[in-house]
Design a protein around this ligand. Structure first.
Ligand code: ADP
Ligand code: F6P
Length: 324
């Protein structure tokens, strides 16, 4: 028989992402609607181990759906990667009567979730990361806001690039994944889009592209460079020396993680948060909520973590055709 859940916990872990608050709100309010007690764990697995657990009611999540960041705070926690840390985490859950936990975070956080599940707590993961790098899902909480923030910033840089007839290299986040770079590349109409999954280090091709552009009368040249490739400043120096075109690098950085979530992030985070509580109510364990082929669904966490994600070939081909 499925375990009857009475008290659930919710935590955010890893990098913060816009929409995490909407997800927390949905978990809390859906839990309360089902007659469950809901606890918030502050500062991710760090706060779990150090017993930073608070009671959540309807008003604890009032006025947060529009806010970036996470009201529960987030952290990275080395100790939770040890068996001892995981055992301590499960003990704290038991101390508070928490029999079901919702973990909102990225791949790393789901490895922690797996461990907590093995230690006897029913766990459901929600994909919360701006990087979109979780293989089983077409959507992650925060990507839409982050990519919109980056797109708007790049539009502004383009104005300066055109006015000064410069080449601009803009480095966007994404850890080892190129999704933010690819989407900005398409949305900002960039001339070159460098993705860790695809880039062959052929800087000469970029240099030739800039020189051809100048001959055609192009006033600017935008290069979107993914964080996973990095080294934008050095690239700018080499490109300027080779082309004679003034070249500047901008690293967008943490502005991509903050800000008020878009409608997409608010709505999908709400749906996923609610869905996670439904799974716990059904006695499900070690599942990861995903959006696949237009529907909210769920995967076994072990299977989800074993999947690999590739850049969508059609999106990549279109980006290449449109940028040349
Ligand atoms: P993200 O969840 O955004 O991918 P991290 O990779 O930094 O971020 O992981 C967040 C936290 O998840 C880590 O600081 C750690 O506490 C926990 N974690 C990561 N990997 C493991 C693991 N193999 N076992 C247990 N916990 C882990
Ligand atoms: O996972 C989100 C992310 O912003 C990545 O794009 C980036 O590589 C990383 O987190 C930065 O992490 P930190 O907050 O530890 O600097």
């Amino acid at each position: 028989m499925a375990k009857q859940i009475k008290t659930i916990g919710v935590l955010t872990s890893g990098g913060d992402a816009p929409g995490m608050n909407a997800a927390i709100r949905a978990v809390v309010r859906t839990g309360l609607a089902h007659g469950l007690k809901v606890k918030g764990i502050q500062k991710g697995y760090n706060g779990l181990i150090s017993d930073e657990v608070i009671d959540m009611d309807r008003t604890s999540v009032s006025d947060i759906i529009q806010r970036g960041g996470t009201i529960l705070y987030t952290a990275r926690c080395l100790e939770f990667m040890t068996e001892e840390g995981q055992k301590r985490g499960a003990e704290i859950c038991k101390k508070h009567g928490i029999d079901g936990m919702v973990v909102i975070g990225g791949d790393g956080s789901f490895r922690g979730a797996q461990a907590l599940s093995k230690a006897g707590i029913n766990v459901i993961g929600l994909p919360g990361t701006i990087d979109l790098d979780i293989a089983c899902t077409d959507y992650t909480i925060g990507f839409d806001t982050a990519v919109n923030t980056a797109m708007e910033a790049i539009d502004k840089i383009r104005d300066t690039s055109t006015s000064h007839e410069r080449c601009s290299i803009i480095e966007v986040m994404g850890r080892n994944a190129g999704y933010i770079a690819l989407w900005c590349g398409i949305a900002n109409g960039a001339e070159d889009i460098l993705l860790p999954e695809k880039y062959d280090n052929d800087e000469q091709a970029i240099i030739n592209h800039i020189i051809e552009g100048r001959k055609k009368g192009k006033k600017h040249h935008l290069i979107i460079n993914a964080e996973g490739i990095g080294h934008s400043a050095g690239m700018a120096r080499r490109i300027e020396a080779a082309t004679g075109v003034e070249t500047r690098a901008t690293i967008l950085g943490y502005m991509q993680r903050g800000g008020s979530p878009t409608v997409t992030d608010r709505v999908y985070a709400s749906l996923m948060g609610s869905y996670a509580v439904d799974l716990l109510m059904e006695g499900k364990n070690n599942r990861l909520v995903a959006r696949k082929d237009g529907k909210i669904t769920d995967f076994d966490i072990d299977e989800a973590l074993a999947m690999t994600k590739n850049i969508d070939e059609f999106e990549y081909q279109v980006s290449q055709i449109l940028s040349k």
